[in-house]
Design a protein around this ligand. Structure first.
Ligand code: FAD
Length: 558
């Protein structure tokens, strides 16, 4: 067993190097699960000098961390649950993550319309938003404003004139959850962490009754191998209890999974002026969020007992969201046929007896098993950094005992999640304008500039530069350049890694998936040297992804 954790690149072609290191190194920390939580832990630990490895059974961010509402938000609704600690922590974290990844966590004004007979009155909303700003330490210029009826209708003319009595207008942030996750693991890798996707933890290894590693299955090759580590953390999101069953540590406190669905419309069909957070007829709150060429609407919150590995949208989910949308914007001409794509994810919440899905707390919880396994579940994407810090502190405590060595405190609040960060929010706006004008000159749509910067930040330069090597149309050249970038720097192993998690195209530009599947598929096939059979399987798998993102099932899959 080697003692050093040598740095490698995060190229798809380096997967074997990471695999070999996993087999041959005795790690100090092994993390199971490559969602935002696990990748956040990998960065926290590796940046403290801990010899760290991470395994992910599918792709990074393939679980809940690509299926959220994609907001870095303080959680206004948690005020209703009087969970002030959660509001304070997620509220203040917003500004931290915005500073660390300004191209990926962008300020977003949110409109909260007040409706005759609705859940929120003017005074309670004004007080609630004031408290929210206070707890979240919101900057002066971003503090909430209460709008009159006239101002509200000017801000959002699509609202029902007969019902609107005013609105709250407040600050949140938007992100791309899967891109945030991949930037976390890339950064962790730069600090020396080894991470492998398509590697499943199938059993635990023990020494004197304590866990000292994990038996893994490489799901691409079918090979089994062992990874040794002094401390093992499970950050397996909705699968946390499956692993707790495996080591027989599951007790009274268990997960309670709820499903959340989003549906996507072409922007012209739901042309909201900004994000809106509104009352559904059953008293729940739903978002409508414009993003590039689309507006997405969500979410639902229902108990879930189906297949964890394939979560689909039912007809009931879709109809509930369309009903909510038409209640707040009755003038919209939308039908089921206008929904162009969807996604569904699972919230790994902690069970509380007698509480409905929407009443369950969104706090995180750490479970410590007698055999040493540390599991973390619950929480929010927004709080990933603090969750990572808390759980890494637990691992450090153990490591200090066994290694008799000190580790520093977390410094992730000062580690930017970009190679060359763009700077302030205003700098990001300016850069978007600049890239827009450049891409138009290259024959691409203006909106491509926004797409590139908010997905890749300054890494857009590498992509734009490498476009010139392809003698194809501007659109195809761009897609090939993105695929080349994803191979070189972002460890893609399948077509879905590219079309779903690295680009978000399946959800936000499904037409592009149809157009680019063949050329990008061929390019990735040649680059990764796939045999014919593998290529066919990959194309079939993409067809299943496309099917699920565009179909509505009668019931959940069991
Ligand atoms: P996951 O992302 O699910 O990661 C766990 C990973 O573990 C998975 O990738 C899985 O494949 C892997 N894994 C499981 N078992 C194994 C194994 N045996 N071996 C190896 N790997 C394994 N939060 C916000 O802050 N803002 C929002 O707007 C927001 N909206 C949401 C909307 C919805 C509909 C939902 C469902 C959640 C939302 N959340 C939001 C919550 C947020 O998305 C989650 O808290 C967060 O993504 C959870 O990340 P995670 O890493 O803990 O779990």
């Amino acid at each position: 067993m080697t003692a050093v954790n040598l740095q490698t690149t995060f190229s798809s072609k380096d997967r074997d190097v990471h695999l070999e290191r996993l087999k041959s190194t005795y790690f100090e920390l092994l993390i199971i699960g490559g969602g935002a939580t696990g990748c956040g832990i990998a960065l926290d630990a590796a940046s403290r000098g801990i010899k760290t490895a991470l395994i992910e059974k599918d792709d990074f961010a393939s679980g809940t961390s690509s299926k959220s509402t994609k907001l870095i938000h303080g959680g206004l609704r948690y005020l209703k649950q009087l969970d002030l600690r959660l509001v304070r922590e997620s509220g203040t974290e917003r500004a931290v993550v915005n500073r660390l990844a300004p191209h990926l966590v962008l300020p977003e004004k949110m409109l909260l319309p007040l409706i005759k007979g609705g859940t929120f009155g003017k005074w309670s909303t004004s007080f609630g938003l004031w408290l929210y700003d206070m707890l979240a330490k919101v900057r002066r210029g971003d503090k909430r404003r209460m709008l009159s009826r006239k101002e509200t209708l000017e801000t959002e003319p699509l609202l029902d004139r007969d019902k609107v009595i005013g609105a709250g207008y407040y600050a949140e942030y938007r992100t791309d959850d899967a891109r945030l996750t991949i930037e976390l693991i890339k950064k962790a890798n730069q600090f020396g962490a080894h991470a492998l996707n398509y590697c499943k933890a199938v059993d635990f290894l023990y020494e004197d009754g304590s866990i000292n590693g994990v038996r893994c299955l490489d799901t691409l090759s079918g090979e089994s191998f062992d990874v040794k580590a002094r401390v093992v953390i499970s950050a397996a999101g909705p699968w946390v209890d499956e692993l707790r069953k495996l080591n027989h540590s599951i007790g009274e406190r268990r997960l309670h999974l709820t499903k959340g669905v989003h549906i996507v419309f072409p922007f012209e069909k739901v042309p909201v002026s900004q994000s809106v957070y509104f009352d559904a007829p059953d008293g729940r709150m739903v978002f409508a969020i414009p993003r590039g060429k689309v507006t997405y609407v969500g979410t639902t919150d229902t108990n879930y007992k189906g297949d964890l590995d394939r979560v689909v949208v039912t007809e009931e989910d879709r109809d509930y969201l369309i009903g909510a949308l038409l209640t707040i914007f009755p003038g919209l001409k939308v039908t089921r046929n206008d929904v162009v794509s969807n996604w569904a994810g699972l919230r790994p919440l902690i069970h509380q007896e007698g509480k409905s899905p929407s009443e369950l707390s969104r706090r995180d919880e750490i479970f410590l098993a007698d055999d040493g396994l540390i599991s973390i579940a619950g929480g929010k994407l927004t709080g990933y950094r603090k969750m990572a810090e808390r759980v890494t502190d637990k691992a450090v405590h153990r490591l200090q005992e066994v290694l008799n060595r000190q580790f520093p405190e977390s410094t992730t609040s000062e580690i930017p999640l970009c190679k060359r960060c763009i700077g302030t929010n205003e700098d990001v706006e300016d850069y978007i304008k600049e890239v827009k004008s450049r891409v138009v000159k290259m024959g691409l749509e203006e909106s491509t500039g926004w797409y590139l910067v908010t997905n890749y930040g300054s890494q857009s330069e590498d992509i734009l530069k490498s476009m010139t090597q392809f003698r194809r149309s501007p659109e195809v050249s761009l897609a090939l350049a993105e695929a080349g970038f994803a191979i070189k720097h972002e460890m893609i192993q399948t077509l879905a890694d590219f079309f779903v998690r690295r680009t978000g195209n399946l959800y936000f530009d499904i037409g592009r998936v149809h157009q680019m599947l063949e050329p990008v598929g061929q390019f990735i096939r040649e680059s990764l040297e796939w045999p014919d059979q593998r290529f066919r399987e990959e194309m079939d798998l993409m067809q299943q992804y496309i099917h699920d993102a565009t179909h509505y099932y009668k019931t959940d899959l069991i």
